[in-house]
Design a protein around this ligand. Structure first.
Ligand code: MBD
Ligand code: FE
Length: 300
């Protein structure tokens, strides 16, 4: 059975391209790559041509997520796994593959209705070393672990676990039981799933309005969390969850709003995926909620 190897790329639909350019470079420290198409720009985090495409399409939400498989053999197996599961997909045309800068891709929607792609062979630009949009102490952690993790809307939680386990080959289950008004029985029981060394690449199980609640990106230097926190405060960027440490991945992180009204989580020092299930009833320390209305109004 083929498994996905990483969360490779994301497409974001936004309404304010200029605000996103400023936010992504000056607050987050990503590299802006504008190839002059006019309706989009790219964000880089490493040698890969891009990790994020920001489209001027107005949704202010995730518009596609690309999951990587190792190569053509695994890509063929994954298509078979999708067919066997009864998932209809469309094959990427040469123009679509070129647009995504990958060798091959398929497109479909996941059980939660989220536009999803599987690809292999991203364009890697070793001639263009990553150059952060503003000074930065270290690097983004992406090697073998992809962009980071995302929290997606999944109205059918057992259906989502089934799909991501049986078709994508990911592993995971409930990792928290948290009191949350609006959750079934007043208790949120979020699911965290991994496909590589990153503790989780995908989570779901929170009540959500948008397709995406947050994108977590990880840095390899604690000072970059401090520096980013200073910039977030100086620019009056809303903080939804204050600095703290998660119980599951043990990451030191905080969450702030982006110009589309959903969150970036910015963290350092996560442990790697464990291979036995555990659950927690609160976080290790910190992570107090601050600005409400981002779908993360939960005491962790
Ligand atoms: C996470 O990355 C997270 O976003 C939440 C809500 C809990 C544990 C780890
Ligand atoms: Fe997270």
């Amino acid at each position: 059975m083929a498994s996905v190897t990483e969360l490779g790329y994301l497409g974001l639909g936004v309404s304010d391209m200029d605000a996103w350019k400023k936010f992504a470079t000056e607050v987050v420290g990503m590299e802006l790559l504008d190839e002059g198409e006019g309706d989009r720009f790219y964000l880089r985090m490493d040698y890969t041509h891009h990790r994020i495409v920001v489209h001027n399409s107005g949704e202010d939400d995730l518009i596609y997520a690309g999951w990587r498989v190792a190569g053509p053999q695994e890509f063929a197996e994954m298509k078979q796994q999708l067919s066997d599961y009864g998932m209809e997909f469309t094959e990427g045309t040469p123009a679509e593959c070129q647009e995504r800068r990958v060798l091959d891709l398929v497109k479909f929607t996941d059980p939660g209705g989220n536009p999803t792609e599987v690809f292999h062979g991203p364009q890697v630009d070793t001639h263009a070393p990553f150059h952060p949009g503003r000074p930065k102490h270290g690097k983004f952690v992406t090697e073998g672990e992809g962009i980071g993790h995302m929290i997606l809307r999944q109205p059918d939680i057992p259906g989502a676990i089934d799909f991501y386990s049986k078709v994508f080959g990911m592993r995971g289950t409930v990792e928290y039981k948290l009191p949350m008004p609006g959750a079934p029985d007043g208790v949120a029981q979020p699911i965290f799933m991994h496909c590589n060394g990153r503790d989780h690449s995908l989570a779901f199980g929170f009540p959500m309005e948008k397709r995406i609640n947050h994108l977590m990106i990880e840095v390899d230097n604690l000072n970059d969390v401090g520096l980013t926190h200073d910039i977030v405060r100086q620019t009056n960027t809303p903080v939804a969850i204050q600095l703290g440490a998660h119980a599951n991945d043990q990451m030191f992180s905080f969450y702030f709003g982006n110009p589309s009204g959903w969150l970036f989580e910015y963290g350092y020092g996560a442990r790697k995926s464990t291979h036995q299930s555990e659950y927690y009833v609160r976080d290790t320390y910190g992570h107090q909620p601050e600005q409400t209305g981002f779908g993360m109004d939960v005491e962790m």
